[in-house]
Ligand binder design. Structure first.
Ligand SMILES: *Cc1c(COP(=O)(O)O)cnc(C)c1O
Length: 374
């Protein structure tokens, strides 16, 4: 039986044409026409006034964002606990200290109430990191206005939400700096890669400068800054350019998967889908379910059953960072008594959300889930 994936690359053909062009012109380097064109095309997609720096990974883009904001040793950075560790690892790269913020049930993203409490305890963080988990936009306006009130810059990790919009505008364009990712399992992929986005061109210029070894403008090699080798390769950008042409089409297919699961499970009292933000239009990168605490079906049983009966790949919800051994000792702020993100982690599952799933694959997954809960 063929494997059904959580979210795997979907290639179309244009990618190979751009790669061939890179080979034919011998632009096999971490610079070149595809890198410039990919930045330009992404900026056009994102909307007016946005600038971009193409980098080797979304993680590198977060690192460069923190460098642009001059976050340093001793600084505090607020970040959601419910996210992939790559959101927060760069905070440690710059020797700053993360303080984790709980999620709200309505979007699974950073809870503005918990964020307010964090500001009461730590009035002067150096930045706030915001994530749009599984593609669902966070409460951007509330979070943005709390940051503005305190004069603290906002970094928007839109790695999972490329093509999701909030009040009609692309996610990734709301922060002082935004980042996107083209890793293998994201909605579009360049095999690996990312971009840093900003309305402030000084930031994206600085990111490009630092990510190309920070060489001063002199004939000889002179350096006044510590540089990084984080620039996107021209071959990688070729794949990204081909994929970008299909981003909207991928979004339509991801949304259809979410809709189909929602429809199929709506009469199962023990199951609910990951929530949507009514102010946004999510890309539904991954469709997830939350299983009622009282249910006799555990997330492990659901994952094992889909693996055994459908050969389908699933994944637990991101394990919250405040529960990770590597972040032991970091502070964690909740709005009230309940640990919301720990509950989502304990009771949630990411379902197969691959846009190459056939109608037969979807029917088999749905039937198997329905049987398990009947
Ligand atoms: C994938 C991901 C990243 C990291 O992006 P890479 O391109 O893999 O480095 C960062 N944050 C979140 C939320 C992600 O899902």
């Amino acid at each position: 039986m063929k494997r059904i994936y959580l979210s795997s690359p979907t290639m179309h053909g244009e990618e190979r044409a751009f790669i061939d062009e890179a080979f034919d012109t011998n632009w096999i380097a971490p610079l070149g026409p595809n890198v410039d064109a990919f930045e330009k095309e992404m900026v056009e997609y994102m909307g007016e006034g946005i600038h971009a720096s193409a980098l080797s990974a979304g993680t590198a883009a977060i690192h460069m964002a923190l460098k642009c904001l001059e976050i340093k040793r001793g600084d505090i950075v607020f970040a959601p606990s419910l996210t992939f560790s790559a959101t927060v690892n760069p905070v440690v790269y710059v020797n700053a200290t993360p303080v984790f913020i709980d999620s709200e049930k309505d979007t699974w993203n950073m809870d503005p109430e918990a964020l307010k409490k964090a500001f009461e305890k730590y009035p002067h963080p150096a930045a706030v990191l915001m994530v749009h988990l599984y593609g669902t936009p966070a409460r951007i306006d509330e979070i943005r206005s709390i940051c503005d009130e305190h004069g603290v810059p906002l970094v928007e990790d839109a790695a999972e939400s490329l093509s999701s919009t909030y009040k009609g505008r692309q996610t990734g364009t709301f922060g002082d700096i935004g980042i996107i990712s083209f890793n293998g399992n994201k909605i579009i992929t360049s095999s690996g890669g990312g971009m840093m986005l900003s309305r402030n061109e000084d930031y994206t210029k600085k990111a490009t400068f630092l990510s190309t070894q920070a060489r001063d403008p002199a004939r000889y090699y002179q350096h006044s800054n510590i540089g990084y080798n984080y620039r996107m390769s021209n071959v990688v950008a070729a794949i990204g350019r081909g994929q970008l042409k299909h981003l909207e089409e991928h979004k339509v297919l991801k949304k259809a998967i979410y809709r189909q699961y929602s429809e199929a499970f709506k009469d199962i009292p023990d199951l609910s889908m990951n929530p949507m933000n009514p102010d946004g239009d999510a890309n539904n990168w991954l469709s997830c379910v939350l299983i009622d605490k009282q249910s006799r079906v555990t997330p492990d049983a659901l994952m094992d059953t889909l693996d055994e009966k459908c050969n389908a790949e699933t994944r637990p919800i991101w394990k919250p960072l405040h529960l990770q051994p590597v972040f032991e000792g970091c502070d964690y702020i909740k709005a009230g008594e309940e640990d919301v993100c720990a509950g989502i982690f304990e009771h949630g599952v990411c379902l197969p959300s691959d846009i190459k799933n056939t109608p037969e694959d979807m029917d088999m997954i749905i039937k198997t889930v329905r049987e398990l809960f009947s």
